[in-house]
Design a binder for this molecule. Sequence first.
Ligand SMILES: C[S@@+](CC[C@H](N)C(=O)[O-])C[C@H]1O[C@@H](n2cnc3c(N)ncnc32)[C@H](O)[C@@H]1O
Ligand code: SF4
Length: 385
Amino acid sequence: MPKLQSLALYIHWPFCLSKCPYCDFNSHVRASIDEKVWAEALIKELNSAALRVGPRRLTSIFFGGGTPSLMHPQTVSALISRALYHWPSPENLEVTLEANPNSVDVNHLRDFKLAGINRISIGIQALNDADLKALGRQHSLQEALKAITTAIHTFKRVSFDLIYARPNQSLKDWQKELETALSFGTEHLSLYQLTIEPGTAFAPLYERGDLILPPEDLAADLFEITQDLTTAAGLPAYEISNHARFGAESRHNLSYWEYKDYLGIGPGAHSRLSLSIGKVATKQYRAPEIWLKKVIEKGSGEEECLHLSLEDQAMEALMMGLRLTSGIKLSTFSKRACRLINPHALKVLCDEGYLTISKDTLKGTPRGIQCLNAVLKKLLSFAFL
Ligand SMILES: C[S@@+](CC[C@H](N)C(=O)[O-])C[C@H]1O[C@@H](n2cnc3c(N)ncnc32)[C@H](O)[C@@H]1O
Ligand code: SF4
């Protein structure tokens, strides 16, 4: 029997208890949510997608948000069961839930485990009360620490997120904080440099000069110390912001970066699917209420479905693959797609220490990965002519 093509499933829960001032994810605060209606709609969209996608080998499920730990464990369980009904999966299927410290308690985590979750990713963001407050977080340091320890007691696979390069954060402050983070011994950490996103509450503060980010050289030092400390602790970067013990990488996120097929369910979710008509990029309606209305009416909240040319695919694969420290195999590109790469820029980027090519593998150096957007802009300058 031919091996079925893999599929990673993403399920988006778009609600949070409050909106963090730095966050431009598709997350919304609502006074009340009819969870039964939402659970039915997500299952309905999953059923429609399963018909379109056909038989697959399910490799991971990821509940992201928003704050999916606000979902009822029964909703999570129903969605996992429906996914497994549609697609066979290996015994070690990775099923991740993003959780916030304030919605995490011992009983809830156990219930999520019983519902089928086997990996938890907690949004900690900072390990001191003053910075948690400045980031608009609704939880204290004590709650954050309790969430981490409870998660470690409940799950084998635990990751947590921190945001660094925060206003007024010194190299020493971050070193201490990261050492504390690493001392928990989790198999995975996501460490993001604070970015100011348009439309967030931080954006006007930043523009007015009321919120000041670390200067470029300090940001570079913060990135470097992050690489050094995580590597020394056995959790080297495998992607720009993601660090793991060998073999403990997020299989779900690897599917994006390795440009494998993924299906997104829920408001604002994206998909990349290889169908009989070729590879398509789909996008669901972003506004929760519009998405819900479309699903109730038509069975799907899809807003857009674009056919991707071979060039589009190659470009996307390169942009995603160069995020990985392992880089990308050039032989996976068609000749036509290789023409997207500007050979002069490639040589300069290699000579200047931003990229390396050995045999068939093109990869970013730590310096290149740190400023990947600028590297890609140069490298793909032919594509943008
Ligand atoms: C979908 S969010 C949410 C997880 C969860 N809702 C929470 O906040 O705990 C995923 C992660 O992206 C990171 N993030 C979001 N906006 C960011 C920004 N502007 N700069 C840096 N990291 C950001 C945060 O670390 C966050 O935990
Ligand atoms: S960071 Fe998390 S909790 Fe805060 S608004 Fe974004 S998704 Fe919601």
